[in-house]
Design a protein around this ligand. Structure first.
Ligand code: AP5
Ligand code: MG
Ligand code: ZN
Length: 214
């Protein structure tokens, strides 16, 4: 099962991808998480990506595409995987379709998590992330049991660098310009499924499971 998650920044792609990955025992591959892990480890890729990410711009395709194709070639992806944050431009999607075709494969589902712009800034300003295990919380909607502390591993939660309101607005603009066209791209491919991302996170998950098991 090869799944692509689409949706605006803060729509809940990562939140849902984590739950799907657990339920179906397939890896959750987030290009944003990969860049952030590289930055944390001080790699050259991480330092290059940081300039773009902090400005709310996209990291260039040449730093992104090969990385994903290498990742999906690993053994743990044999049963499938869920991609979160890739592809996010038409050239990335075309590259990915071709890379899959070369392996006689294709995307099975592109799930678009639909959340209007008005809700996004709210979601982002309340988001807190665990730097140790990657879990995501929201101060109001999905709070940890103890304020500021990760339920899974006890690490202190942090706010992402690119969640400042001015950067969020830029990320939204980039989303509308460069990523939203993928909705048409995957509709034409016949694999697009939309879900209402404004519902409670468990309801959104149930809607996605229904799609995957239909
Ligand atoms: P990336 O990390 O992918 O960020 P993004 O697409 O902007 O998406 P987010 O991670 O911000 O949001 P999300 O949809 O995962 O929402 P979440 O589940 O956290 O990319 C970051 C940067 O990396 C990019 O700007 C770019 O620079 C670079 N990059 C990455 N991939 C790239 C690529 N392919 N090409 C080029 N550049 C690339 O949820 C958000 C908040 O809402 C959380 O607090 C959560 O708890 C809460 N929440 C979730 N669901 C619900 C719900 N149903 N109700 C209420 N609250 C909810
Ligand atoms: Mg995410
Ligand atoms: Zn943690």
């Amino acid at each position: 099962m090869k799944i692509v998650m689409l949706g605006a920044p803060g729509a809940g792609k990562g939140t849902q991808a984590d739950m799907i990955a657990q339920k179906y025992d397939i890896p959750h591959i987030s290009t944003g998480d990969i860049f952030r892990a590289n930055l944390k480890n001080g790699t050259e890729l991480g330092l290059k990506a940081k300039t773009y990410m902090d400005a709310g711009q996209l990291v260039p395709d040449e730093l992104t595409c090969d990385l994903v194709v290498d990742r999906i070639a690993q053994d743990d992806c044999a049963k499938g995987y869920i991609l979160d944050g890739f592809p996010r431009t038409i050239p990335q999607a075309e590259f990915f379709t071709a890379a899959l075709a070369a392996r006689n494969e294709r995307v099975d589902y592109a799930i678009d998590v639909e959340v209007p712009d008005e809700n996004i800034v709210n979601r982002m300003s309340g988001r807190r992330a665990c730097p140790a295990c990657g879990a995501t919380y929201h101060m109001v909607y999905i709070p940890p049991k103890q304020e500021g502390v990760c339920d899974n591993c006890g690490a202190a939660l942090i706010q992402r660098n690119d969640d400042k309101p001015e950067t969020v607005l830029n990320r939204l603009k980039v989303y509308h310009d460069q990523t939203q066209p993928l909705i048409d791209y995957y509709t034409e491919m016949g694999v697009l499924k939309g879900v209402d991302g404004t519902k409670d996170m468990k309801e959104v998950f149930a809607d996605i499971v229904k799609i995957l098991e239909d």
